[in-house]
Design a protein around this ligand. Structure first.
Ligand SMILES: [Fe+2]
Length: 343
């Protein structure tokens, strides 16, 4: 007789944010930032494609840096809960008449078969996978703690935390609802556009007890497929302050922060990778949700400034400010890599 938990079938589910594949015009500069400054481990490199992970990630990678002509996002990848969920999601996408590509095992090193599609209403390239290798770090880098893949170094980012993506106000409701209805994300906190109270301005959603694994925001320039930032998690608020201090002294485009969000209650610091110019958030703290009956918290226009910045340097979203900058994404098909990158 099998265990009850084995007989219970919840259907296909997303487990977590897995990885982001960022196009960069200058791989060496991006590596200096992510590997040497933030402290990620470069697990593998093929030509001009590099695979990195944080010190508390056992899986092969959470970041892929691909040197290419355009600094766009090649893929937002999510890991699913069971091996069969990849195919079950594929069947559901086809049922919804969404075009799906199969991404063969090894297309991203260390990863099994994935499926790729464009988020309906968002056009962000999403990939779903289950299988990923868990390689040991080289002995000199390996941690004596078995839950850490390598020794902590650099500024000490410990894992990928969340994606903050943007799409057009005219399609954000469709995209946000699709992510909840099909991928199973739960809406945790949200706000409507002040001048359009039926339209989502921002929604923070999760499949884990984190308050958000994915944030979706209405793009003021009406652009779809945009990345605002990818966040990496640090252990403590003090780590974010140390990072702010260190990064001030380096040749890095310093964005906003440090400060603390009211929404999610985490400390933030926004910076830009000098190689790709994609925005990265250094993130620590935040509350966790265990209530099965959590009701999404709505932020009014009046309260919203506290939600964005509880204390610290406010996020500048005035017209023309850098806070509004976003980066685009690849379409359903990956952009052509240079010959060197394809090695
Ligand atoms: Fe964020």
């Amino acid at each position: 007789m099998s265990k009850f938990s084995d007989r219970y079938d919840p259907g296909p589910q997303v487990a977590q944010c897995g990885a982001i594949n960022l196009g960069t015009k200058d791989l060496e500069k991006s590596l200096t930032f992510f590997r040497d400054t933030l402290g990620m481990e470069e697990v593998e490199r093929h030509g001009n494609v590099s695979y990195l992970r944080c010190y508390q990630e056992l899986g092969h990678h959470s970041l892929v840096l691909t040197e290419q002509d355009e600094a766009i996002v090649n893929a937002y990848s999510f890991r699913v809960k069971r091996p069969e969920d990849v195919e079950l999601f594929q069947q559901e996408l086809l049922r919804q008449e969404i075009e799906v590509l199969e991404v063969p095992a090894g297309t991203e090193a260390g990863r099994g078969t994935a499926i790729r599609f464009l988020l309906p209403g968002g056009e962000h390239p999403f990939e779903l996978y289950y299988d990923i290798t868990k390689p040991l770090a080289p002995e000199a880098m390996r941690s004596r703690l078995p839950s850490n893949s390598s020794k902590r170094r650099g500024l000490g980012v410990r894992r990928i935390d969340h994606f903050n993506i943007q799409t057009s106000p005219s399609t954000i409701n469709q995209a946000e609802k699709w992510v909840r209805d099909t991928l199973g994300f739960k809406r945790r906190e949200f706000a409507y556009l002040p001048d359009s109270p039926e339209t989502v301005m921002a929604s923070w959603m999760s499949v884990t007890p984190q308050m958000h694994d994915l944030a979706m925001v209405a793009n003021r320039a009406e652009k779809k497929g945009q990345l605002h930032h990818v966040a990496f998690n640090m252990q403590d608020f003090s780590d974010v302050l140390t990072a702010a201090d260190v990064l001030r002294d380096l040749d890095i485009s310093y964005g906003v922060g440090p400060g603390k969000h009211g929404i999610g209650q985490a400390m933030y610091l926004y910076i830009h990778d000098p190689g790709s110019d994609h925005r990265v958030e250094i993130y620590a703290g935040g509350y966790l949700i265990f209530d099965p009956d959590w009701e999404a918290i709505e932020w009014t226009k009046e309260a919203f400034p506290d939600g964005m910045t509880w204390y610290g340097e406010p996020i500048d979203v005035a017209p023309g400010s850098r806070g509004r900058d976003t980066t685009g994404a690849a379409g359903l098909h990956l952009p052509q890599r240079s010959a060197k990158a394809a090695e």
